[in-house]
Design a protein around this ligand. Structure first.
Ligand SMILES: Cc1cc2nc3c(=O)[nH]c(=O)nc-3n(C[C@H](O)[C@H](O)[C@H](O)COP(=O)(O)OP(=O)(O)OC[C@H]3O[C@@H](n4cnc5c(N)ncnc54)[C@H](O)[C@@H]3O)c2cc1C
Length: 386
C-alpha cells in the first residue's frame, strides 16, 4: 500500500450481527406501521421527530459517546451497522443524523461542560436537529474565505452576514457555525475563524428556502442580522477554528451514507432483471456489487480508524471521492442494463421511479461534503504529492 495510506482490513465483531438483527426488526416494525416506505424514492417525510425519538429510545443516537452525556459507549463499528441499515432501508433519519455524526462529537471535544450536559443528552434522545453553517456565498470550497462576522460585545458576540446551502436549517434547533472573529494574517490565511453554537431561535437568525430540482426543500440560506451569541457558545479556540473544522469534515466524509444515496436503484435493478438475467445483465450487476463491496470494506476500515481514535482525513476523502462517483454513475449504468426490458416488465415501473429520482439528485453527490476536486487535493497532499 502507498506509504501514508492505511486501509486495515476490518471485520465486524459478532455483537454487530445481533445489533443488525435488532435494527432490521425495528425498521420492519416501522415500515409495517406506515412510518416510511423503503421503496418510495426519497423516502418519506425526511424529518420525523417522533421517529427520531423512537430511535433515541433504542440507544442508537450518540452510540459512541460517554454515558454521562446520555451516550452508550458502544463502538464506531456498531454505529456503522446502524447507519448502513438506516440508509439501505431509506429510513427518515434526517432530523438527528447530522447531530449524531458530527455536531455531537465536536461539542464533546470543545463545548463548555454545562453546554455538553444540557445538549448532548437531548441529541441522544432524538430531540434535536443540527445544521452546519460553513458555506457562504463566495466561500464554499474555500471555507477560510468566510466573511460572516462575529463582533465581540458585552457577554457575547453580534453576528452579521449569511450562510448558504445550509441543509436542514429550516427545521434545525441549533447550528454549528464558522464566523470570522479576526482578519486573516499575512502568514496564515486560515487564521481568524471561530466556531460557535447558535440557537436557531435567536432573534436575527432568518432562514430562507433554497429549493432543489428534486422538489425537496433540503437546504437554505441563513441570514444573520445582528444576532447575539453568548460567550459560552464559543467552541474551542477563538480565531483557531480551522483545526476543528478540518476534524469535523473527517466525520462528515467517512460514513457509509456517502455512497448509499442512490443505493435503492440497485435492489430495484436486481428485481427488474429477475432471477436469471442475461450475460450482460449478470456481468453488469456483478461489477456494481463488487464495487459496492470494495467501497464498504474501505468505509468500514475508516470506521475502525475512528474507533482507534485516529482522524482518517485522507482515507475518508478517498472513500467519499470513490463512493460519490459510484453512486452518481449508478443510475446511468442501471438504465443501460435495463434498456432491453419491456415497459410492462415486472418491477420495471418501480425501477423507473427510482431512476428518475436518483438521476435528479445525482449531480449534488460529488459537491456536498466537499467537491471531487477538493478531495483530490486533500488526497494529493496526504500522499506528499503537493
Ligand atoms: C446537497 C448539498 C448540501 C449541502 N449542505 C451544506 C451544509 O449543510 N452546510 C454547508 O456549510 N454547506 C453545504 N453545502 C455546500 C457545499 O459544501 C459547497 O457547495 C461545496 O463546498 C462547494 O462550494 P461552492 O458551491 O461555493 O463551489 P466553489 O467552491 O465555488 O467551487 C466551484 C468549482 O470549482 C472547483 N474548485 C474550487 N476550489 C478549487 C481548488 N482549490 N482546486 C480545484 N478545484 C476547485 C470545485 O471543485 C467546483 O467544481 C451543501 C451542498 C450540497 C450540494
Amino acid at each position: 500500500m502507498t506509504p501514508g495510506l492505511h486501509f486495515d482490513p476490518i471485520r465486524l465483531p459478532p455483537q454487530c450481527d445481533a445489533l443488525r438483527a435488532q435494527v432490521r426488526a425495528f425498521l420492519a416494525e416501522e415500515i409495517a406501521a406506515g412510518t416510511f416506505d423503503p421503496h418510495r424514492p426519497g423516502g418519506a417525510e425526511l424529518y420525523n421527530r417522533a421517529f427520531s425519538r423512537r430511535v433515541g429510545a433504542k440507544g442508537w443516537i450518540g452510540m459512541t459517546w460517554p454515558k454521562r452525556y446520555g451516550g452508550h459507549e458502544r463502538s464506531h463499528l456498531e454505529r456503522y451497522v446502524v447507519t448502513e441499515e438506516f440508509r439501505a432501508a431509506n429510513a427518515p433519519a434526517h432530523l438527528h443524523f447530522v447531530a449524531d455524526r458530527q455536531s455531537g462529537p465536536i461539542l464533546l471535544k470543545y463545548a463548555a461542560e454545562h453546554v455538553k450536559k444540557d445538549i448532548l443528552p437531548r441529541i441522544c434522545r432524538g430531540e434535536l436537529c443540527f445544521c452546519i453553517g460553513m458555506s457562504e456565498p463566495g466561500s464554499g470550497s474555500d471555507l477560510f474565505a468566510a466573511k460572516t462576522k462575529a463582533t465581540k460585545v458585552d457577554g457575547g458576540w453580534r453576528v452579521n452576514g449569511s450562510k448558504v446551502w445550509t441543509t436542514s436549517a429550516h427545521v434545525a434547533d441549533y447550528m454549528l457555525a464558522l464566523f470570522r472573529t479576526s482578519p486573516r494574517t499575512e502568514d496564515n490565511r486560515r487564521h481568524g475563524l471561530t466556531q460557535f453554537l447558535v440557537d436557531m431561535k435567536t432573534p436575527g437568525v432568518i432562514v430562507n428556502p433554497v429549493y432543489q430540482m428534486s422538489g425537496t426543500r433540503g437546504f437554505n440560506e441563513v441570514v444573520f442580522d445582528d444576532a447575539f451569541v453568548p460567550d459560552d457558545h464559543v467552541l474551542g479556540e477563538i480565531d483557531g477554528a480551522w483545526k476543528q473544522a478540518t476534524s469535523e469534515l473527517a466525520y462528515e466524509r467517512s460514513g457509509p451514507e456517502r455512497f448509499l444515496d442512490t443505493f435503492q436503484v440497485l435492489p430495484a435493478l436486481i428485481r427488474a432483471l429477475g432471477p436469471q438475467p442475461d450475460v450482460r445483465g449478470a456481468e453488469g450487476l456483478g461489477r456494481l456489487v463488487a464495487q459496492l463491496h470494495a467501497l464498504r470494506r474501505m468505509s468500514l476500515s475508516v470506521a475502525g480508524m475512528l474507533q482507534a481514535g485516529k482522524e482518517p482525513v485522507v482515507e475518508g476523502s478517498i472513500v467519499k471521492d470513490l463512493g460519490t462517483i459510484w453512486e452518481q454513475k449508478l443510475p446511468a449504468r442501471a438504465r443501460e442494463l435495463a434498456a432491453f426490458l419491456e415497459p410492462e416488465a415486472a418491477n420495471r415501473a418501480t425501477l423507473d421511479e427510482q431512476l428518475a429520482f436518483a438521476t435528479v439528485i445525482a449531480p449534488k453527490l460529488t459537491i456536498q461534503g466537499g467537491t471531487t476536486e477538493i478531495l483530490r487535493g486533500i488526497i494529493a497532499r496526504g500522499l506528499g504529492l503537493r
